[in-house]
Design a protein around this ligand. Structure first.
Ligand code: NAD
Length: 270
């Protein structure tokens, strides 16, 4: 299909990785639906873009809101070829310190947001009877359970499971709809804007701060991430792992630890 005919819907589009995906999609001649909960940021970002763009405020936690996004996208452009279930949030802290409502928030956005995207778009993609792809943003946290990232890792492991399941189900249906799971390492975004503040213990604060510093100082840019993501999409990859070095090493270590029944320990790339 000519890319200029394609339509991409991107959640979490007002910031970070979503904004990079939007710029990359437009640069490829696609039409783009920008969706985000932050209406002001969405409008500000949309104003920086040049091309066929339609914006829609959405809260991916709410199935009705995501259904309205699907209605909006099909009304605006008549089709959807790429759905990026990308909106995500992160709060660091010890598993037992993170308040229940913050656990719930991360699981609602990161897990149910993806589930709602699938529910509202996949039946329409199947009915359209033409090639389409769902790209769910996982993370290196889909493979590695890092300390002080309990809800986030739980959510991203779930995104991986949901993506694999969906791919198998669509194959079973012989549907023309494909699936990718996009698992970035550090990318320079504001994702670490909120963490749980510890009163009397700085271990988790230090660790989460270190992860934030790695993200900001050593991460690739959202535009570079988007270029690698689209390269994976072009190749029809399910596993889009944009920073294989050094993350493949960590994933291999984890797989070997499981197979050798080794107890969890903090592994660094080596
Ligand atoms: N930055 C990284 O290093 C990194 C690494 C791996 C994976 N990721 C994942 O990439 C995705 C994008 O994150 P980012 O780093 O660009 O962060 P970001 O904070 O810059 O962007 C996330 C966007 O999601 C939006 N959002 C939050 N809650 C929402 C909701 N309920 N409904 C709709 N939109 C909502 C925010 O307003 C924001 O614009 C997330 O799924 C994140 O987990 C990020």
């Amino acid at each position: 299909m000519n890319r200029s005919e394609q339509v991409a819907v991107i959640t979490g589009a007002a910031s970070g990785i979503g904004s990079g995906l939007a710029r990359a999609a437009l640069a490829r001649g696609m039409r783009v639906v920008l969706a985000d909960i932050d209406e002001a940021a969405l409008q500000t970002f949309a104003a920086t873009l040049d091309g066929p763009v339609s914006s829609c405020t959405v809260d991916v936690r709410d199935p009705a809101s995501v259904e309205a996004l699907a209605d909006h996208a099909y009304a605006a452009f008549g089709q959807v070829d790429l759905l990026f279930n990308n909106a995500g949030v992160l709060i660091g802290g010890k598993s037992w310190d993170i308040p229940a409502d913050k656990w719930a928030w991360q699981l609602q956005v990161n897990v149910l947001g993806v589930v709602h995207g699938i529910a509202s778009f996949v039946p329409r993609m199947i009915a359209a009877g033409r090639p389409a792809r769902v790209i769910n943003t996982g993370s290196m946290a889909s493979f590695i359970a890092a300390p002080y990232m309990g809800p986030y890792s739980a959510s991203k492991f779930a995104v991986l499971a949901i993506s694999e399941t969906l791919a198998l189900e669509l194959q079973g249906e012989q549907a023309p709809v494909s699936v990718s799971v996009l698992c970035p390492g550090p990318v320079q975004t504001d994702i670490f804007r909120e963490t749980v503040t510890m009163q009397d213990d700085t271990t988790s604060d230090r660790t989460v701060g270190m992860m934030r510093d790695i993200t900001v100082n050593q991460g690739i840019t959202p535009d570079e991430l988007a270029a690698r993501a689209f390269a994976g999409i072009d190749e029809g990859q399910f596993w889009i792992i944009p920073q294989p070095d050094p993350l493949d090493t960590l994933y291999r270590q984890r797989a070997e630890a499981m197979l050798e029944r080794r107890n969890p320990g903090i592994a660094m790339p080596g």
